[in-house]
Unconditional design. Structure first.
Length: 424
């Protein structure tokens, strides 16, 4: 397509934000010029703006293509994302640890026709943050809004010739924190939840030498932890209840409805000792069910005093899976059942919240221990007392039907038949 812009004759300068400023004693005089004949600065501004918008211009196509991400534990965890994560989904805390993004870079033009010695990669606070050299870290004064990606090995591409297409791989941690790769507290001014802009810059350094940007959303802020966790015993299970501080309550028709926050995915239950474990943990440490002395198990709260459930690393997939004693529970739930427990063994139970970015809350441990116990139901009691009937059958004695009992049954049948006819 042909693009024409309006230019002005006379002295023009750029302010700190890259905006054209005219002298007070000169009125701008409009005249159409083809894009390729624009003054260098204005042409570079337009090229950058079009690159940000993803538009194509003569000599400048789409910079980022074939974008994908891989390596997140969320793609294999129970209750996680099945298959590859969408590139528009935010990077979560657990993605940050081992995930990698792949980009194909298509380079076909130099901004303003400058001689390019290298292509370098930065993270900007917004789409235009890296366009001005004085906003790039390190800055002489003020706060930087653009930071170089310090991933090793370097992503710098030297002596590029046009056109070219090549692939780069960037770890998620450097898309969040370009200088330090910190997944918990990024060292930029962007905080723990925001959108960064991956920016490709043509060097040597100058203003308006960004040739393309791509938005990267992230959210490494953990959800609130559940509260008021209480556990009760069942047969081979524990019944657990909790509250969630972020829930929204609404009243209607005299009743109260509780809704989960929109970014909450659900909850997990953790148990110590881990489900189906022996009396000793894998590391040789006594679990919560073992008493000192003779290694007998008991249902008293004292047996759970040594539990380290509160210190479980919820972002360590292997450790979390070991203590997990439930599937992912829905976001609206406030009650669930811990599975795979052993009757007579004392357990400490905890609840963990998880949001849609896969972030997990700190562990909320129930204040009481719980010991699953066998429950004797009616049929077990009946059998123990000598009963021989099978469930679903009537116990009758073999013999001739007759006597007063037979006549009473016949009379009852006739009465029921007559009532049925009257109701038709």
């Amino acid at each position: 397509m042909t693009i024409r812009v309006t230019s002005w004759q006379g002295a023009v300068r750029a302010d700190a934000h890259g905006t054209a400023v005219f002298p007070d004693d000169r009125a701008p005089r409009a005249k159409e010029r083809p894009l390729l004949l624009l003054p260098g600065m204005l042409r570079r501004q337009l090229l950058v703006a079009l690159a940000v918008l993803g538009l194509s211009t003569p000599g400048l196509g789409q910079i980022f293509t074939n974008i994908s991400r891989s390596g997140s534990p969320r793609t294999t965890d129970p209750g996680g994302v099945q298959g590859a994560l969408n590139t528009t989904s935010p990077i979560g805390r657990r993605d940050c640890e081992g995930e990698e993004w792949t980009f194909t870079i298509n380079y076909s033009a130099n901004p303003g026709g400058m001689l390019t010695t290298s292509l370098q990669y930065f993270i900007g606070a917004d789409a235009m943050a890296c366009s001005m050299a004085n906003a790039r870290a390190p800055v002489v004064s003020g706060t930087p809004r653009c930071w170089p990606i310090r991933q090793t090995p370097s992503l710098t591409f030297t002596n590029p010739t046009t056109p070219l297409s090549y692939t780069i791989r960037i770890q998620s941690r450097y898309l969040i924190d370009p200088e330090g790769g910190n997944c918990e507290t990024p060292g930029t001014t962007q905080g723990t939840s925001n959108t960064n802009y991956l920016s490709v810059l043509a060097f040597p350094p100058s203003d308006m030498n960004v040739i393309g940007t791509y938005p990267i959303s992230y959210d490494v802020t953990p959800p609130d932890a559940p509260t008021d966790v209480i556990a009760g015993p069942g047969e081979g299970v524990a019944v657990v209840s909790w509250s969630y501080p972020g829930s929204l309550s609404t009243s209607k028709d005299g009743g109260t409805t509780t809704a989960a926050p929109p970014d909450l995915q659900g909850y997990w239950l953790l148990c110590d000792p881990p489900p189906n474990s022996s009396t000793l943990t894998d590391g040789g440490v006594r679990d919560a069910a073992v008493l000192d002395g003779d290694d007998e198990e008991d249902g008293s709260d004292a047996t759970c005093a040594s539990s380290t459930l509160a210190t479980v690393d919820v972002n360590d997939s292997a450790v979390f899976a070991r203590y997990r004693c439930s599937d992912l529970i829905g976001a609206t739930a406030t009650r669930a059942v811990a599975q795979g427990l052993v009757n007579g063994r004392s357990y400490r139970i905890a609840v963990v919240a998880q949001d849609l970015a896969g972030n997990r809350s700190t562990v909320s441990v129930a204040g009481n221990c719980v010991t699953p116990v066998p429950i004797t139901d009616f049929w077990e009691s009946y059998r123990a007392a000598g009963g021989q009937a099978r469930p679903g059958a009537c116990a009758v004695r073999a013999g001739r039907v007759g006597g007063a009992g037979a006549w009473m049954g016949l009379a009852l049948g006739v009465a029921l038949l007559a009532r049925r006819r009257r109701t038709r």
